[in-house]
Design a protein around this ligand. Structure first.
Ligand SMILES: Cc1cc2nc3c(=O)[nH]c(=O)nc-3n(C[C@H](O)[C@H](O)[C@H](O)COP(=O)(O)OP(=O)(O)OC[C@H]3O[C@@H](n4cnc5c(N)ncnc54)[C@H](O)[C@@H]3O)c2cc1C
Length: 432
């Protein structure tokens, strides 16, 4: 043990090496907690991006409210002060558990302990057409691509006269009635109401349609009935058409086809209908459950003592969560924190602690003064102005970087008073 190899310029030290794949909510919490203990371990963080993405605000990047860098803090800025810590900008491609090796885009390195915290990716449910033509909302590039697409189509709307093409350009279809879908639909509704009439006086915004599609019988179906009903009312007040109990079967770039063979015509098809674990090659199928890595209460991947998975990529079954804990930031952060403590216990040959999820409740936002909060105590919650303020407060508090917090706050204040959005340039990105 403790003799290492690395082609990524990581020094070989007498300390055990913990390699972490992914600097998301779980990975950062893990590094921070481990480092604060000043333990004699070497920590290597690998990420395919050199920044941490604050995904809960991506929809604001996509709808012109925030610039991309405000939700993407460089990982070296977040984690710079920690001893025995190394960050490498590299994508993990393959894990070899037998030889304790990770192959990355920049080289190979060995580990004593491996933590897989590389999150989730968009789930297109094996539909190649939807994957090709839809606008996903999972990462920063997706959000920028979506914004560029929306702005380009708005510009095209001022030129096109053909009524069929015009109505397709003016129809915004959002699939998925979870928090992300609701937030995008709400933000589009606000753009239509407050921004576009001034910015695009030649567009008849009364002809612009926004549809939110959900397969279940209610939106926000992981929240309370009360929150669902309230959110539905907010969306309807903004003029958003909510279509329930319908499943999208396909989309060919022009037409949405539903399972009942009905259709909708749109040039803006936003896919917020699901995510699945980012599984890195090297594990057998027995270790994977519903596209996530099966782990025990200590986050150990099934069958391995020294490989762990935390956050969205991990499927840890809890008493109230037979399908695994929800793929949300608090679960990822709590798992990351406990794993750091458990890794130190493991090195000290102490008993490991089991994961217990501390549920702090859930929230979602629709528009200005319109949000819903479910408290962890069953049946309790609130909505409206207070919920909206709570949402803003919590989100600005958890964003990484003081400068980002200041910029976000000033952007929000500016939008609140001017009813305008600040980031409307068309910068070219490609979908990947
Ligand atoms: C649009 C959107 C809105 C959301 N809103 C909320 C919300 O309001 N509240 C909430 O609680 N949750 C929300 N979530 C969910 C929340 O963001 C996730 O649960 C959380 O990010 C999971 O943390 P994680 O550490 O597991 O993964 P992530 O935060 O996704 O981090 C994974 C990291 O791994 C890196 N990575 C991926 N693959 C590799 C690889 N092969 N090699 C190296 N690095 C890799 C990525 O670059 C990334 O930095 C939202 C998610 C999305 C997409």
């Amino acid at each position: 043990m403790f003799s290492h190899y690395s082609s990524l310029h990581i020094p070989d030290t007498p300390y055990p090496r913990i390699v972490i794949i992914g600097g998301g909510f779980a990975g950062i919490q893990l590094v921070k907690t481990l480092s604060r203990q000043y333990a004699s371990v070497q920590i290597v963080l690998l990420d395919k991006h050199n920044y941490h993405t604050f995904q809960p605000l991506l929809y604001q990047v996509a709808t012109c409210a925030l610039a991309p860098d405000t939700v993407a803090e460089p990982l070296r800025d977040i984690l710079k002060q920690y001893p025995h810590f190394y960050f490498r900008h590299a994508k993990a491609l393959y894990i070899d558990p037998t030889n304790r090796k990770v192959t990355t885009t920049s080289g190979v390195l060995t580990y004593d302990y491996l933590v897989i915290a590389n999150g989730a990716k968009t789930n297109y449910f094996n539909n190649a057409l939807i994957a090709k033509y839809s606008l996903p909302m999972k990462n920063l590039n997706d959000a920028m691509h979506l914004r560029q697409h929306l702005l380009k189509n708005l510009e095209r709307t001022t030129i096109i006269h053909h009524p069929g093409i015009l109505s397709s350009l003016q129809h915004f279809v959002v699939v998925g009635g979870g928090p992300t879908g609701v937030e995008i639909a709400g933000a589009l509704g606000e753009l239509r109401k407050n921004v576009l009439p001034h910015q695009y006086p030649e567009i008849d915004t009364t002809r612009m349609q926004i549809s939110l599609i959900e397969g279940a019988d209610r939106i926000l179906n992981t929240m309370s009935q009360r929150a669902s009903k309230k959110t539905l009312r907010y969306l309807e007040q903004l003029g958003i058409q909510v279509i329930l109990k319908k499943f999208v079967q396909s989309y060919n770039g022009k037409t949405v086809i539903f399972d009942d063979r009905s259709t909708l015509s749109t040039a803006n098809f936003i896919w917020a209908a699901g995510v699945k674990g980012n599984i890195i090659k090297g594990f057998s199928d027995q270790v994977v459950k519903d596209s996530r890595l099966l782990v025990n209460e200590y986050s150990q991947v099934k069958g391995y003592d020294n490989i762990f998975a935390v956050g969205d990529v991990a499927c840890m079954v809890g008493i109230k969560y037979p399908k695994g804990y929800p793929m949300i930031a608090p679960v990822a952060m709590q798992q990351g924190k406990l794993l750091a403590q458990n890794l130190l216990r493991l090195l000290r040959h102490q008993q490991l602690k089991k994961f217990r999820y501390f549920d702090k409740g859930m929230m979602a936002i629709v528009a200005e003064h319109q949000a819903v909060v479910d408290l962890p105590i069953k049946g309790l919650g609130f909505s409206g102005l207070l919920a909206w303020m709570a949402w803003l407060f919590i989100h600005v508090l958890f964003v990484r970087g003081k400068r980002n917090r200041m910029v976000i706050l000033s952007n929000w204040l500016w939008s609140y008073y001017t009813k305008n959005k600040g980031v409307k340039g068309i910068y070219y990105t490609k979908k990947y």
